[in-house]
Design a protein around this ligand. Structure first.
Ligand SMILES: Cc1cc2nc3c(=O)[nH]c(=O)nc-3n(C[C@H](O)[C@H](O)[C@H](O)COP(=O)(O)OP(=O)(O)OC[C@H]3O[C@@H](n4cnc5c(N)ncnc54)[C@H](O)[C@@H]3O)c2cc1C
Ligand SMILES: *[C@@H]1O[C@H](CO)[C@@H](O)[C@H](O)[C@H]1NC(C)=O
Ligand SMILES: *[C@@H]1O[C@H](CO)[C@@H](O)[C@H](O)[C@H]1NC(C)=O
Ligand SMILES: *[C@@H]1O[C@H](CO)[C@@H](O)[C@H](O)[C@H]1NC(C)=O
Ligand SMILES: *[C@@H]1O[C@H](CO)[C@@H](O)[C@H](O)[C@H]1NC(C)=O
Ligand SMILES: *[C@@H]1O[C@H](CO)[C@@H](O)[C@H](O)[C@H]1NC(C)=O
Ligand SMILES: *[C@@H]1O[C@H](CO)[C@@H](O)[C@H](O)[C@H]1NC(C)=O
Ligand SMILES: *[C@@H]1O[C@H](CO)[C@@H](O)[C@H](O)[C@H]1NC(C)=O
Ligand SMILES: *[C@@H]1O[C@H](CO)[C@@H](O)[C@H](O)[C@H]1NC(C)=O
Length: 631
């Protein structure tokens, strides 16, 4: 967006001449407001990243209040007080929306931008060059956006955005909850509007900017959202009329050789908020260790993934990814930078590990324990009903499900899909992931299943390969950008199924029937066998249903690409109904639940489904740490 971007910079430059803000040094004209604080973070057992040392202090806020040119804006940047929130907000009043009488005027946004050092970006939807009404129509750029739309890198990470040639501040991977108001299209008659995109994003490069944004949003009564990569299926990394804190650029990674906190003594990785799963895996590999992560390499690590708990390819041996987090640095709703660990704010440390993204604080970095390298055996294959018929197909699937107990006892994990294409069924195992297994021990383990498939006459050809360690196995199974995103015609929901349903033969039959019926009804099923027990014996807010689960299953329904609000409502109702048999056989409170990071937004009784036994305490902590509802 060369024209509008350079205009923007010019504008800033012009303002800086009009409104110099000599807050730190006398010599510069645009000066980001930040103090360089000492590096120590004793309660985290580590040192701060450079970008975390740049903080907003009471003294700086005071200077903003005192400077003649900024005095009238000063109150917008003041720190809050968690114990005495503003009564009007406590009373449930709404946040301001662009166009409202009290919505900040341009001069206030300019002052904010100046304090940020020019990091404020008014939102331009990523597909704007496809629309004449937006004023930036460009057929070539539009074609590139269309061509790259399902590539996660377009929305998230790397400098391939063909529009700005930079990572995009506000694009999200799934547009349904954005409102589909600016989809990529070659129809020139369309209109592009902001819809659920935020009004502005702050391109964060230091903690002071996060503090300024939190204080500004809170004092101006504006909705605040956080975007890391924008992978959230539920649209939580966007928000209409919001100010977005965009953490993508916080890429620092550091190995701590001898990390000692509590009972842990060993290697650890300190990770910036913008680091992705792939970057964590690669860093761990280079440092001779293994880190826990999920299957999508473009997901952000220290943001929504850890906040949601983070299920992982290594869960059979080490548990959830959030279980590995030892300490976090974060900015809380009052704008203060705190350390959350066993030694300081242990309640917040508990909540930030599993209690859900964008709820308690903005995490700026985390420290995770890491593990030795282990060998892995992978096996990928698929089979279908074309030659053998539906009955044999389902007996073959059933033979797999029947073995979830021995498979998970052996520490393995799987990722599979079951499709119903006009009554023809197929199952893709991609892959069966056997950590710390050789090909021989893998073959022994799966022999009862494979034998059954052969007896049923089901043709299948497992491609089984072993690797000396995690990284090359992952890299081959999921090469860069392998997970397609960008769709607006599906809606996911999910359920965590407890091992108890597998231990009782009657329940197992009912469970398997419910799952089979969903596929027969035409729904797409995806899933995993895995057991992320609390293997590290930590206390955190991970949904207690994960601890007893043996399987995590996703159900996807289709929605028309141009669904009307009424049709969208009907789809929500359909999704809720489709999941009902799963809820009935794996109820909340009896080991069942739903993973909040990949959930149906309409999940009934969500308190118990998403948080299990942890909900009451999380509710209390939300009131303690964010009574005003900043997040
Ligand atoms: C293709 C795909 C595969 C996936 N595979 C897995 C998997 O294997 N295992 C698994 O557990 N999950 C998986 N997920 C789900 C994933 O963990 C969630 O979508 C997660 O929320 C993404 O986090 P993010 O920070 O990258 O995304 P974002 O959409 O940017 O953020 C997600 C949420 O976290 C909040 N947030 C982001 N950064 C911060 C921060 N610094 N502080 C506080 N809040 C923050 C956001 O506001 C938002 O609410 C997958 C998702 C996709 C799309
Ligand atoms: C809260 O809202 C109610 C109803 O709108 C109003 O009567 C009351 O005065 C408000 N209280 C405060 C403290 O603002
Ligand atoms: C993006 O689209 C352009 C063509 O429009 C193509 O040349 C380029 O390879 C695409 N990039 C990616 C990463 O898909
Ligand atoms: C765009 O609008 C024109 C004039 O109303 C109409 O003739 C044309 O068919 C429309 N094109 C598309 C792709 O909808
Ligand atoms: C965001 O800031 C980083 C520096 O931290 C810079 O490299 C990048 O170009 C900026 N991105 C945008 C879209 O302004
Ligand atoms: C079904 O399986 C057979 C045998 O493996 C294979 O040849 C065929 O391509 C598969 N069909 C589909 C639609 O996957
Ligand atoms: C499935 O059936 C529908 C309607 O009969 C048809 O349009 C579609 O092409 C079929 N799909 C496949 C993959 O056979
Ligand atoms: C991996 O397997 C070996 C051999 O079976 C076993 O000794 C070791 O304890 C296992 N490692 C872990 C971390 O489970
Ligand atoms: C479970 O279902 C299988 C297959 O339909 C059947 O053979 C078995 O008897 C059932 N078990 C119980 C306990 O109902």
């Amino acid at each position: 967006m060369a024209p509008s971007k350079s205009l923007f910079i010019l504008f800033l430059w012009a303002r800086s001449l009009l409104l110099p803000l000599p807050l730190l040094a006398q010599s510069q004209s645009i000066i980001p407001v930040a103090s360089l604080l000492p590096p120590d973070s004793p309660n985290a057992g580590a040192t701060l990243f450079e970008y975390e040392r740049l903080q907003l202090t009471e003294e700086l806020v005071q200077r903003v209040r005192e400077q003649e040119k900024t005095a009238k804006y000063g109150s917008f940047f003041a720190f809050g007080d968690l114990d005495s929130p503003k009564a009007m907000l406590k009373n449930g009043s709404c946040k301001l929306f662009p166009g409202d009488k009290s919505w900040p005027k341009e001069d206030l946004w300019d002052a904010f931008d100046n304090l940020l050092g020019g990091a404020l970006i008014p939102t331009t939807p990523i597909a704007a060059p496809c629309y004449k009404n937006w004023g930036l129509y460009d057929s070539e750029k539009c074609a590139a956006v269309i061509a790259n739309w399902t590539n996660p890198y377009l929305h998230t990470l790397i400098l391939v955005n063909p529009y700005t040639n930079e990572a995009d501040p506000t694009s999200v991977a799934f547009q349904i909850f954005q409102g589909r108001t600016c989809l990529p299209t070659s129809n020139l008659n369309g209109t592009c509007t902001l819809g659920g995109y935020p009004a502005y994003a702050v391109n964060i490069s230091n903690v002071a900017q996060i503090q300024l944004a939190v204080n500004f949003a809170r004092n101006a009564n504006i909705r605040l959202v956080i975007k890391n990569t924008g992978h959230c299926y539920l649209g939580k990394s966007g928000g209409a009329g919001a100010l977005s804190v965009w953490t993508h650029s916080l890429k620092d990674i550091e190995l701590i050789d001898d990390y000692k906190v509590g009972e842990y003594e060993g290697k650890a990785l300190k990770l910036g908020a913008g680091v992705t799963v792939r970057e964590v895996y690669l860093a761990a590999h280079r440092h001779g260790v293994t880190a826990l992560g999920g299957i999508c390499d473009t997901v952000g690590y220290a943001g929504g993934y850890i906040a949601g708990g983070g299920h992982t390819l290594l869960s059979g041996i080490y548990g959830m990814a959030a279980d590995q987090v030892m300490a976090l640095e974060a900015v809380t709703a009052d704008g203060k930078k705190i350390t959350a660990s066993q030694m300081s704010h242990p309640d917040l440390c508990w909540a930030l590990r599993g209690g859900g993204g964008s709820t308690f604080a903005i995490v700026t970095s985390i420290i995770i324990r890491v593990h030795p390298k282990l060998p892995v055996t992978l096996s990928s294959f698929s089979f279908n009903s074309t030659l053998v018929g539906k009955e044999a197909f389902w007996l073959g699937v059933r033979a797999y499900f029947e073995l979830f107990i021995p498979f998970t006892d052996a520490g393995t994990y799987s990722y599979f899909w079951i499709y119903n294409t006009n009554g023809t069924y197929s199952m893709d195992m991609k892959p069966f992931w056997a950590l710390n297994h050789t090909i021989a021990s893998f073959n022994d383990l799966v022999q009862p299943w494979f034998q059954k498939l052969s007896h049923l006459g089901i043709p299948f050809t497992p491609a089984t390969k072993s690797y000396p360690e995690f990284w090359p196995a992952f890299d081959e199974a999921w090469p860069p950008g392998s997970g397609a995103v960008g769709g607006w015609t599906t809606r996911p929901g999910n359920r965590l199924f407890p091992r108890a349903n597998w231990e009782d033969p009657v329940k197992f039959n009912q469970t398997f029937s419910a799952i089979q019926e969903s596929s027969k009804s035409g729904y797409r099923l995806g899933g995993y066998h895995q057991t992320p027990r609390n293997r590290a014996h930590v206390s955190n807010a991970v949904n207690t249903a994960w601890r007893t689960a043996i399987s995590f299953l996703i159900l996807g329904i289709n929605v028309a690409g141009d669904a009307t609000p009424a049709e969208m409502g009907a789809a929500s109702a359909e999704l809720e109904d489709a999941l009902e048999p799963w809820r009935r056989i794996a109820p909340n409170g009896e080991g069942g639940g739903s993973y909040l990071n990949e959930a149906d937004i309409g999940e009934p009784d969500w308190q118990s489904a998403f948080y299990g036994e942890n909900y009451p305490r999380l509710r209390e902590l939300k009131d303690k740490w964010d009574l005003e509802g900043v997040f």
